[in-house]
Design a protein around this ligand. Structure first.
Ligand code: ADP
Ligand code: MG
Length: 563
């Protein structure tokens, strides 16, 4: 009986505290407010204070007047403690005034004219969006699309596509890219990097003459490289959203399709080519494609390209580009007026941009070699999961118990499809998918041993809603964008914290929230420490007791080994 009573008082207090924070109540606790008792007139007006009136509703002078009036009344009515309470009330008023002042200045950037934005405003703005930039002569980020510097026909398309607000990487990177600057963008998955490089690219291309019978064989105006076929196709479809209304052609080159087929796709020319490095190099070496007018190059997921062994093909491709328009390694490379100048009717200095989630040495090497005086933009804390994903961890060992638990989650967890389940080995992929089907869901599986066509079908079926659950290996962990994934289940924990971060980044995308549930067991010793750190950094996730106390979670594996 006792504990129960305590509990209910506690929750009542908590409730009061919560609502009190949003209302204009002069910082009093309700129980301290005796005004209703001592003045019948006042009790009628009390609604005004406890009703849904927010602090912002009154101007400073009014707030102050209210405070002073109440302080005076307190003094008059409460001979014993009135003076003291009045003094406290005025102190509270001063604090409140300070607070509202700083709150208002923090938001100043929203109300200021662009010309009135001071360095301090920009600093606050960048802080708010987690934007950090490095390099000389970096333009200010954009506060809204109207300030992007993008031409109005593109802004119209952005509006039609439904991108009301730019994402942080778009805010920071688009103005830089529009200055024809080289750029390294470091941002978490799902942060809108694709449009961040596509939009300035389209701005550049729309200044150039349309491809003709004579110029189409000189190759594309812009090239985008990405590590996997799926990513290439995803970029292609995002590119088409914007390019097709502009009358521009996007062609993708990936393995798994016949070379002849791709040569055929190129027959009418394409302003933009999206490709995996391996297949692209094939096409170049077989002279299906030249790059004599390509002045815009993007490497997406550069670190992953290196991981997948594409360093050599990437280097070969970049060296196959014309050199006559390479940027000088001088301050001119930071000067928009020089860099944006057209060198001929259809080219200017080559602009190179690289997007990556991490900066391993090999990526840095390529950046040094092919980027000139790049600006570096970093969004948020890299390597940490986005704050929109609630991460849950459960200790469940053994195939059968995991399947059982998965069943409970899918049937009773209240998660709407699409749902992605990650497994570590290909073989498991199909067996878990079958199991999910037995539970009454439609499922597709995606792993490296599937044919290209099967992989594409699996992705299309989950995107279109034809299938509810996708069971996949790490192949789908990175960069793939399936809209509105509500839940990611790690049927097996990923073997590294980076892979884990990418997997759970499949949900909680584009500002939506999501849940990631990970089944953990003793075989995951090597990642437990990192996982624990990761969970404790996320304000919306909880470190389960068993993980917190687990021996393997106490120290980084290297440190443990050297003991
Ligand atoms: P990343 O490459 O950073 O992992 P994507 O470019 O794939 O992320 O974008 C993730 C999702 O967000 C995509 O579905 C994309 O259409 C959507 N998106 C991108 N920019 C915006 C925006 N400004 N407003 C709303 N949605 C956006
Ligand atoms: Mg991407």
């Amino acid at each position: 009986m006792g504990p129960e009573l305590n509990q209910s008082t506690f929750s009542a207090q908590k409730k009061r505290k919560r609502t009190g924070g949003q209302k204009f109540n002069f910082g009093w606790n309700d129980e301290e407010d005796t005004s209703q008792d001592w003045n019948p007139v006042y009790s009628k007006r009390v609604d005004r204070y406890t009703g849904p009136m927010v602090f912002d509703g009154l101007n400073d002078a009014e707030v102050e007047k209210e405070y002073r009036r109440r302080a005076r009344m307190l003094e008059e009515r409460d001979p014993e403690h009135g003076k003291e309470r009045a003094r406290q009330m005025l102190e509270q008023m001063e604090r409140q005034k300070e607070k509202s002042k700083s709150k208002r200045t923090r938001n100043d950037w929203k109300f200021k004219e662009l010309a009135d934005m001071r360095e301090r405003d920009w600093r606050i703005f960048k802080e708010e969006f987690g934007i950090a930039s490095k390099g000389g002569h970096i333009p200010d980020p954009m506060r809204h699309w109207g300030e992007s510097g993008l031409p109005s026909h593109l802004l119209q398309i952005i509006d039609q596509v439904g991108y009301t607000e730019p994402t942080p990487i778009q805010r920071a990177a688009i103005p830089i890219a529009l200055q024809a600057r080289d750029l390294i963008g470091v941002a978490a998955t799902g942060s809108g990097k694709t449009a961040a490089f596509l939009l300035p690219m389209l701005e550049y291309i729309s200044q150039l003459p349309a491809l003709t019978e004579y110029t189409k064989d000189d190759g594309p105006y812009a090239l985008i490289m990405a590590p996997t076929r799926e990513l290439v196709q995803q970029i292609e479809s995002e590119a088409r959203k914007f390019a097709t209304p502009l009358g521009l052609t996007v062609v993708s080159l990936v393995g798994g399709h016949a070379l002849e087929e791709q040569a055929f796709a190129l027959r009418n020319g394409a302003e933009i080519i999206v490709a995996t490095p391996g297949r692209l190099l094939d096409c170049i070496e077989r002279r299906l494609l030249v790059f004599s007018q390509c002045c815009y190059v993007v490497m997406d997921e550069a670190d992953r390209m290196i991981d997948m062994g594409f360093e050599e093909p990437v280097n070969k491709i970049l060296s196959a580009l014309p050199v006559t328009n390479e940027k000088p390694d001088t301050e001119d490379a930071e000067d928009a007026s020089v860099m944006r100048r057209l060198l001929s009717a259809k080219d200017r200095y080559r602009q190179t941009m690289m997007y990556t989630a991490t900066m391993p040495p090999a990526v840095e090497k390529i950046a040094k070699q092919y980027l000139r005086r790049p600006a570096t933009v970093t969004i948020g804390n890299i390597g940490e999961a986005v704050e929109t994903v609630e991460q849950r961890v459960e200790f469940v060992s053994g195939e059968d118990r995991r399947k059982q638990r998965l069943r409970e989650i899918l049937l009773n967890g209240g998660f709407a499809p699409p749902i992605i389940v990650f497994v570590n080995v290909k073989r498991n992929c199909d067996s878990v998918a079958r199991e999910v089907q037995n539970m009454g869901f439609s499922a597709a599986s995606l792993h490296g041993s599937k044919t290209q066509q099967q992989r594409e079908e699996a992705l299309a079926s989950i995107r279109s809603g034809a299938k509810q659950v996708l069971v996949a290996t790490d192949l789908a962990g990175r960069g793939l964008d399936v809209p509105d994934v509500s839940l990611v289940v790690n049927f097996n924990m990923a073997s590294s914290i980076e892979a884990y971060t990418h997997r759970i980044g499949r949900t909680g995308r584009a500002g939506k929230s999501g849940v990631a549930i990970t089944f953990l067991a003793n075989e995951d010793n090597d990642v437990m420490y990192d996982l624990k750190q990761m969970l404790s950094k996320s304000s919306i996730s909880r470190v389960p007791e068993e993980l917190r106390r687990h021996e393997a979670a106490q120290q980084k594996p290297a440190a443990r080994g050297s003991r």
